[in-house]
Design a protein around this ligand. Structure first.
Ligand SMILES: Cc1cc2nc3c(=O)[nH]c(=O)nc-3n(C[C@H](O)[C@H](O)[C@H](O)COP(=O)(O)O)c2cc1C
Length: 342
């Protein structure tokens, strides 16, 4: 089914193919026995795959990256397919549609995806209605952002609103300050602006009975100095870890026909063109923080070997998005099997 949709993607458009695949997962997942079947078909279970990171137990280190299940509609089905955790979002307080379509393109020659979706989310109410039922042990990360219409000076309130409303429903939170794929949105870049977003979250957390780790998701397009600055924020504040990286706005080195690329317009690139850089960023964060903080490595993990390289660079957990789109649902199991054969 996934291979068929992937094949039909040029006809349907990449976003419609994605929407159809997720709708099929959503509706079939409600049929008794389907999640059991997905688990039987795709999941690989073994105690030696388990990890304990920032106080949370993961059944394996491979998660679904943010942007795939933006509203938390299909995290149960993704978990049944073998993911060790699912990061939903980016969740914004209010519903917003993102940029006009088409805004998602497959670059098959480059094993990449280009997107300028912007943050498209159905808002807090929809997400809460999805998350409020028992999670049955599924680890859920919630990636949070601000609505495009919120002025930059009100960004901290926006992040806090999403955080406090979802606090009881997610296992950890990722604060998305990485380069926005909307190309219109404000991106907090300075130490002060990032800390002004984080501090209210730390304050809120201090008053809660349960501890929720907070991570920062960073862009691969940051300079080395800015990566160090983000790492220092982690070391100097109660931040629990870093998610590195988001997609890149750099289009260098692509083999996709340049006229075709031009016709698609602006967009951030995920997938193979990102592999080297995301691993480099993780290594830099790891070395500067002396390996003492958890890092979730994401970006261009297209083969089990890429995942091993990412873990060797210092990641405690990994996430995949484009690799899943290109390799299909067996990919998570392939990665787990390859980790077992280490
Ligand atoms: C279509 C699409 C939408 C995405 N949306 C989000 C998002 O809403 N929030 C976010 O933090 N990252 C988002 N990402 C970035 C991914 O989570 C991931 O960081 C990036 O794609 C690199 O991983 P990959 O090469 O495995 O795809 C999106 C990526 C894609 C391809």
């Amino acid at each position: 089914m996934f291979k068929l949709l992937s094949f039909l993607s040029p006809l349907l458009g990449a976003e419609r193919a994605h929407d159809i695949a997720t709708a099929i997962l959503y509706f079939t997942g409600k049929i008794p026995g389907v999640k059991w079947l997905l688990h039987k078909l795709y999941a690989v279970e073994d105690p030696s795959l388990e990890r304990e990171v920032f106080g949370i137990k993961f059944r394996n280190p491979v998660g679904m990256a943010a942007g795939f299940d933006r509203n938390g509609d299909i995290f149960r089905e993704l978990s049944a397919m073998g993911f060790g955790f699912v990061e939903i979002g980016t969740v914004t307080a209010l519903s917003q549609t993102g940029n006009p379509k088409p805004r998602l393109f497959r670059l098959d020659n480059d094993q990449a995806i280009m997107n300028r979706i912007g943050l498209s989310c159905k808002g807090l109410e929809r997400v809460i209605s999805n998350l409020r039922h028992e999670h049955n042990g599924i680890v859920i990360g919630c990636n949070i952002g601000k609505n495009s219409a919120t002025p930059p000076e009100d960004a901290p309130q926006d992040y806090l609103k999403v955080f406090r409303n979802l606090y009881q429903y997610a296992d950890y939170f990722t604060v998305n300050v990485s380069y926005s794929t909307s190309f219109k949105q404000y991106v907090p870049r300075t130490k002060e602006s990032i800390i002004s977003i984080l501090n209210p979250l730390f304050d809120f957390r201090r008053g809660q009975n349960q501890y929720r780790p907070i991570l920062l998701k960073i862009s691969p397009d940051l300079s080395n100095e800015d990566i160090d600055m983000m790492t220092d924020i982690m070391v100097d504040t109660p931040l629990d870890g870093i998610v590195a990286t988001n997609a890149t706005i750099r289009h260098t080195g692509l083999t996709t026909d340049s006229e075709l690329l031009k016709s698609y317009g602006a967009g951030a690139i995920s997938g193979k063109p990102l592999t080297k850089r995301s691993i480099e960023v993780v290594r830099r964060v790891y070395q500067r923080s002396h390996g003492t903080y958890p890092i979730i490595g994401v970006g261009g993990l297209m083969t089990p070997q890429d995942v091993k390289d990412m873990l060797d660079a210092g990641a405690s957990l990994v996430q995949i998005y484009t690799g899943f789109v290109y390799n299909g649902p067996r990919f998570v199991g392939d990665i787990c099997n390859s980790l077992l054969n280490k």
